[in-house]
Design a protein around this ligand. Structure first.
Ligand SMILES: C[S@@+](CC[C@H](N)C(=O)[O-])C[C@H]1O[C@@H](n2cnc3c(N)ncnc32)[C@H](O)[C@@H]1O
Length: 377
């Protein structure tokens, strides 16, 4: 382990993970991309290939990292600062100069000097890990409609230490766990990681794609797309006999249009994502199959593994409309899945599918058109 890695938590992101993270960026136009723990700039330089016109902003507290970026032919604003103490003027032009549409982050995970920090967020003070402190500070520089894509330690969403701040952030921003168990190992480091996507607000529906769906002001009618939050492998052997705690649904529990089989029971103390009303669920990975698309009238007491895709519909009639639309437009739905090895789909592909439904499949008269607004992250 070199001095940088131990002093500054310099565990650089492997290329395969960078590409996967950038693939999940939901934005078309990106004017500024920031990384507040920029290191050698790998995340920003990769993103620049996709958005060549975007300005880059990178901060690192290690002067060596910043010096090497300043000699890089790719232009950008490179600042040597401790991000958690960085206080640029937050008024007028200065504020605008740092606001970013896209923030990519692989922050330090565990600086020994700061195992737990106290961080102000929206008028309250929270104890949290350094990684979540980075997210919380980074949100100040995220434009409306922008997104943060980050690699974080597993504990940010699964530990008591970060639970209060993570849940407070979730009340204002849309949180989406992309991978609950990142497969890559970081050089010299075996920390378990997740990847997350955070929206500053629900993204505006692009006028062109939004046209077929009527946007209604009632938020309860909105469809929300997400993946389950729990890692299948970790909970595979969880106790199935208890009576308390949520039931964990995995893809193997989706059969013949029903929820079947044995379920793990999750401890009541875990930080759950709350689902309300009716859902449509189907596997995120695996060969697409109609019998694995399941309508759930009441989501109470259910949780899902990260291999399951969840469309939270609110009203039962909306869920029924989505369910029949998937079945009627099965060939298009099947095209949401791809991949060279195991087939899989993404939130973006499913979202595009739902947006395209009325026009592509001629279901203008369905209750989908009358009652759904698509607002999910
Ligand atoms: C895990 S590395 C990630 C580097 C790069 N973004 C990547 O993905 O490969 C974290 C980086 O954050 C920097 N760092 C650590 N503490 C910091 C702080 N308080 N403020 C700014 N940068 C910091 C380290 O020097 C290191 O380069």
């Amino acid at each position: 382990m070199n001095q940088g890695s131990s002093t500054f938590d310099q565990y650089f992101t492997p290329e395969s993970l960078i590409c996967r993270l950038i693939e999940e960026v939901p934005l078309k136009k990106v004017k500024r991309i920031a990384d507040f723990a920029v290191g050698k700039g790998a995340l920003l330089l990769e993103a620049k290939k996709i958005w060549p016109e975007a300005e880059l902003l990178g901060i690192d507290r290690d002067p060596k990292m910043v010096c090497s970026l300043k000699t890089n032919p790719t232009s950008g604003t490179w600042i040597c600062e401790n991000f958690l103490e960085w206080a640029p003027k937050q008024d007028g032009a200065a504020k605008a100069a740092y606001q970013s549409d896209l923030i990519l982050l692989n922050p330090p995970f565990s600086l020994k000097a700061h195992p737990c920090l106290s961080i102000p967020f929206q008028g309250a003070v929270y104890r949290c890990s350094i990684a979540l402190a980075f997210i919380s500070y980074a949100l100040r520089f995220l434009r409306k409609g922008g997104a943060i894509l980050a690699i974080l330690p597993h504990g940010v969403v699964h530990s008591k230490r970060d639970a209060a701040l993570w849940s407070a952030i979730g009340k204002t921003f849309d949180l989406d766990i992309l991978e609950d168990h990142v497969a890559e190992r970081f050089h010299g480091c075996q920390v378990r990681c997740i990847t997350v996507k955070i929206f500053n607000r629900r993204p505006k529906i692009h006028a062109k794609t939004a046209k077929p769906l009527e946007v209604v002001p009632d938020a309860s009618a909105a469809l929300q797309l997400s993946r389950g939050c729990f890692d299948h492998v970790s909970y595979k052997n969880a106790d199935c006999r208890g009576r308390r705690g949520h039931l964990l649904i995995h893809t193997t529990n989706l059969k013949d249009g029903k929820i079947v089989g044995r379920f793990a029971r999750l401890s009541a103390a875990l930080p759950y994502k709350e689902y309300e009303g009716s859902l449509i669920v189907f596997p995120r990975v695996g060969r697409p199959s109609k019998e694995k698309v399941v309508f759930i009238a009441d989501a109470k007491g259910l949780q899902f593994t990260s291999c399951v895709m969840v469309v939270a519909c609110g009203e039962m009639s909306t869920a029924q409309a989505v369910f029949s639309a998937i079945s009627e437009a099965w060939n298009s739905f099947r095209n949401c899945y791809g991949g060279t090895g195991a087939q899989y789909t993404t939130l973006e592909k499913v979202k595009d599918f739902i947006r395209s439904l009325p026009e592509a499949e001629g279901v203008e008269e369905s209750s989908l058109k009358r009652s759904c607004s698509l607002a999910g992250g």
